[in-house]
Design a protein. Structure first.
Length: 308
């Protein structure tokens, strides 16, 4: 059994955690070391580390997990079924255990570009959860994804909640949610999953609003998130012409708009955290995007943690 059970801690208090991704360059990896040290000042209960489709960056993922562990907190590795065989999964998970990583976010993962299947032995995260439990017992604590607006591949919200219940039945320990800016929808989802018998703690994934293009891209290219009226108005108010994705925008107020949008976005993120905390969620999981200064401002101004 894992030495630290995050799901047990969630029953006693609201946790704080971060998500990082493995950098692609040596310089990025060197800079990440300082980011981890700065984030650990806030004593997060864990830091999750993303995992590329098919495990293409698994070496870098393991390196970041070691950095997190050496910094004194719990690493939670993402893990997908994309292009993974049962034997390959078994061997990789044994390696993680040997390196002291015994917390995992079990995911199906995004299909590689141009492909329409996982290309591995499993098609769903539910299969991966069951496999890990059957093969490793309680050696891993298993988190699973939850989609308050329904996964974009699922035929309905009700079907998606049924899948979430199956993940619980197959041995999951807690839920990490996908992005959700629609608070009314999140409350409906929370009520629906509880009525469906899903009792797992809910750790809410939150992406700080710092950049227009990144916000729109995250909402529409991967998650199919609804941008609520307040966020849509912010993007419109500080819209960069001709559009925020243009590499050479002709907007005369470019730098001022970027600065104003980031300031307003941080305030929006803090209000969102307030709303989630008031709902009694078991954890706040901030996507740090490998940066610490803006995230630190959000933590300090929201009052989630102090540096006492």
């Amino acid at each position: 059994m894992t030495a630290v059970k995050l799901s047990d801690m969630m029953k006693k208090r609201q946790l704080l955690s971060f998500e990082l991704f493995p950098p692609k360059t040596d310089r990025g990896m060197a800079n990440l070391s300082e980011t981890i040290q700065q984030l650990c000042r806030y004593k997060p209960e864990y830091i999750s580390v993303t995992y590329g489709a098919g495990g293409g960056n698994v070496g870098a993922n393991r390196q970041v997990c070691r950095m997190v562990r050496n910094a004194g907190t719990v690493p939670v590795t993402h893990f997908t079924v994309i292009r993974n065989t049962k034997q390959g999964i078994r061997e990789q998970l044994e390696t993680y255990l040997k390196e002291g990583v015994d917390h995992i976010l079990a995911l199906r993962g995004d299909f590689p570009r141009g492909e329409t299947s996982t290309g591995g032995d499993f098609n769903y995260a539910t299969d991966l959860v069951k496999f890990i439990r059957d093969e490793f017992g309680e050696q891993f604590e298993i988190a699973v994804a939850g989609s308050p607006e329904g996964h974009i591949s699922c035929r309905s919200l009700e079907a998606d909640i049924g899948v979430l219940k199956m993940k619980q039945d197959n041995g999951a320990d807690y839920i990490m949610t996908q992005l959700c800016w629609d608070m009314e929808q999140f409350e409906r989802w929370l009520d629906k999953i509880r009525r469906a018998g899903v009792t797992l703690p809910v750790d809410v994934g939150i992406m700080p609003i710092l950049d227009q293009a990144a916000t729109i891209n995250m909402a529409l290219s991967r998650n199919g998130c609804v941008m609520d009226r307040e966020l849509s108005r912010l993007i419109s108010k500080y819209w960069i012409f001709p559009n925020p994705f243009d590499k050479a925008p002709f907007d005369d107020s470019l730098e001022q708009k970027k600065a104003d949008f980031k300031k307003a976005g941080i305030e929006y993120t803090i209000r969102q955290i307030d709303k989630y905390r008031s709902l009694g969620v078991e954890g706040i999981h901030l996507y740090a995007m490998n940066k610490w200064k803006d995230v630190s401002q959000i933590i300090e101004r929201s009052g989630i943690r102090t540096l006492i």
